[in-house]
Design a protein around this ligand. Structure first.
Ligand SMILES: [Zn+2]
Length: 198
C-alpha cells in the first residue's frame, strides 16, 4: 500500500482548509547536523517549515529550541526509522508512542502530526494513529533530495517543475538540500507561491 493515493493522509494544505497559492516545506529524518544552518536560511527568508523527527536522534543539544521559537512545527517520524509494515501492531505502537513521548519530553511541544518512515504504513498504523490522536501527513511533491548529492540542482527542478496550490513538499535535513535551499525558496516565490505550515 502506498500512502500518496490514500485520502486519509494529508498531502495538500487544501485538505486542512488552506486555500490559495501556498505550499508547505517539510524536512524529514532530523534533527541532523544540518539543522542549525537550515534554520538560518529559513529565518533569513522568513519561511516556516515542518520537521518530522526520528526521536532516537533527538539529543538535547540539537537546536530544537530554535525550531519552536522561530515558529516551525515538529512532528513525529517514529523512533528509529523502521519500516512500520515489517512490524507487528504492538511493535508499531512502541515506535510511535516512544517517538511522541521523547519529542514531548525534550521539546515540551504537543506532537500532533505523524509521517511514517519511507512513507510506508498499513491498517494497523492507521488505527494506532487514530487512537493516539495523531494526524497522518504525507506529501504531494517529492524532491528526491536524498539521491541527488552530486547534482543538487535537480532537487530544485523536481520541486519547482511540479508546484501546485497547497502542495506539501518533501525534503530531508541533508547537506545537498541545505545547499540549494535559498535558491529553492526564491524560485518557489518567483512562481507566485507563499509558504505556510500545518
Ligand atoms: Zn525518513
Amino acid at each position: 500500500m502506498y500512502g500518496l493515493k490514500d485520502e486519509r493522509w494529508i498531502k495538500n494544505a487544501d485538505q486542512i482548509g488552506m486555500k490559495g497559492k501556498k505550499v508547505i516545506l517539510t524536512f524529514d529524518d532530523g534533527p541532523s547536523r544540518q539543522l542549525n544552518a537550515i534554520l538560518d536560511v529559513l529565518k533569513e527568508k522568513k519561511v516556516p517549515a515542518v520537521f518530522f523527527w526520528q526521536s532516537k536522534i533527538l539529543h538535547a543539544q540539537r537546536p530544537w529550541k530554535r525550531v519552536i521559537q522561530e515558529g516551525h512545527e515538529i512532528g513525529s517520524h517514529a523512533h528509529n526509522h523502521k519500516n512500520l509494515t515489517s512490524l507487528t501492531k504492538g511493535q508499531q505502537y512502541k515506535q510511535i508512542k516512544m517517538s511522541v513521548e521523547v519529542l514531548q519530553k525534550i521539546t515540551g511541544t504537543n506532537v500532533k502530526f505523524f509521517r511514517p518512515p519511507f512513507g510506508q504504513y498499513n491498517e494497523d498504523t492507521m488505527n494506532l494513529l487514530k487512537t493516539m490522536g495523531l494526524t497522518p501527513v504525507m506529501w504531494e511533491i517529492t524532491s528526491y533530495d536524498w539521491k541527488h548529492k552530486s547534482f543538487p540542482g535537480v532537487i530544485i527542478r523536481n520541486v519547482v517543475d511540479h508546484l501546485k496550490e497547497g502542495a506539501i513538499i518533501l525534503l530531508h535535513e541533508v547537506e545537498q538540500t541545505l545547499f540549494v535551499l535559498p535558491e529553492l525558496i526564491d524560485r518557489i516565490r518567483a512562481k507566485g507561491y507563499e509558504f505556510t505550515f500545518l
